[in-house]
Design a protein around this ligand. Structure first.
Ligand SMILES: CC(=O)[C@@H](O)[C@H](O)COP(=O)(O)O
Ligand SMILES: NCC(=O)COP(=O)(O)O
Length: 257
């Protein structure tokens, strides 16, 4: 499967919000990434508006409508502020994330073994489907929870990849047999979760702290990833190389897998 690249532009908005000048432009960043070949744009309009704000959602939806075949992915907690954005923007994909309102960043997936969580999510997933919006659930790599995700009506899961990224960084920094084993074990966890999801008919996305060093090995270890959404490391790279060259760099990492 050719994994698709969705660029998360949260951090462009974060810098923009530090002045009242409207620069750097979020929509221009998205346009340049699409022109360079990115398959989609991801945003996470958090309740506190620290980066992506309501007007960004509408402006990006209008931009993506000019790019048939490219996808708009809006992330957030559907029990907080996400659903009005989904109704207004009608993105191709909504990624449900169980973040608290004041969370520093996303750092865990849903626990679908909790009946109350399932009861709250089921009607919201159904609502998105009624709007023609695919739902992906942000999940830790837990094979046993994949049937629960499918039973709720999700079309995809997004595997939360920070633990893998941490194991990769430790091995890259130390290169010991112990870190190699730990990295191999982490990659195997994700492969098992992906295979369990695919066995349920779910497609598999992945994201959080992926970068140009850990992306290719991740995709080599985890079969059939449909989409990676990458923002923080992407924007750090783009500050040095520019958006277009950075898109090409990440596409090359995907092609090398
Ligand atoms: C869900 C996830 O892992 C990221 O997409 C999230 O958008 C990161 O949010 P911040 O950019 O606010 O750290
Ligand atoms: N869903 C992950 C995402 O959109 C971006 O995460 P990160 O690359 O900013 O960590």
């Amino acid at each position: 499967m050719n994994t698709r690249l969705s660029v998360n532009v949260n951090k462009v908005a974060l810098v923009r919000n530090t002045r009242h000048l409207g620069i750097p432009s979020v929509t221009r960043a998205a346009l340049l990434c699409l022109q360079a070949g990115a398959h989609g744009i991801t945003i996470h309009p958090r309740p506190d508006g620290r980066h992506i704000r309501a007007h960004d959602v509408g402006e990006l939806a209008a931009l993506l409508h000019q790019w048939p075949g490219r996808e708009f992915n809006i992330e957030g907690n559907p029990l907080q502020n996400l659903m009005p954005h989904i109704e207004a923007a009608r993105p191709q994909q909504a990624t449900f994330v169980p973040d608290a309102e004041d969370q520093f960043t996303s750092d865990h997936g849903f626990d679908l073994t909790d009946a109350a969580t399932r009861e709250r999510l089921a009607p919201l997933i159904a609502q998105c489907r009624a709007w023609g919006v695919r739902v992906s659930l942000f999940m830790d790599p837990l094979p046993q929870q994949m049937p629960l995700a499918r039973a709720l009506g999700a079309s995809r899961v997004e595997l939360y990849t920070e633990p893998y990224a941490l194991a990769f960084a430790r091995h890259a920094g130390q290169g010991t047999a112990e870190t190699a084993h730990a990295l191999q074990a982490e990659a195997a966890r994700y492969a098992a979760a992906a295979q369990a999801a695919q066995a349920e008919g779910l497609q598999v996305n992945a994201g959080h702290d992926l970068n140009q060093h850990n992306l290719t090995p991740f995709l080599q270890a985890v079969p059939g990833v449909a989409e990676v959404s990458i923002g923080h490391a992407f924007m750090a790279d783009a500050l040095e190389a520019g958006y277009a060259a950075t898109v090409r760099g990440y596409l090359a990492c995907i092609a090398a897998a």
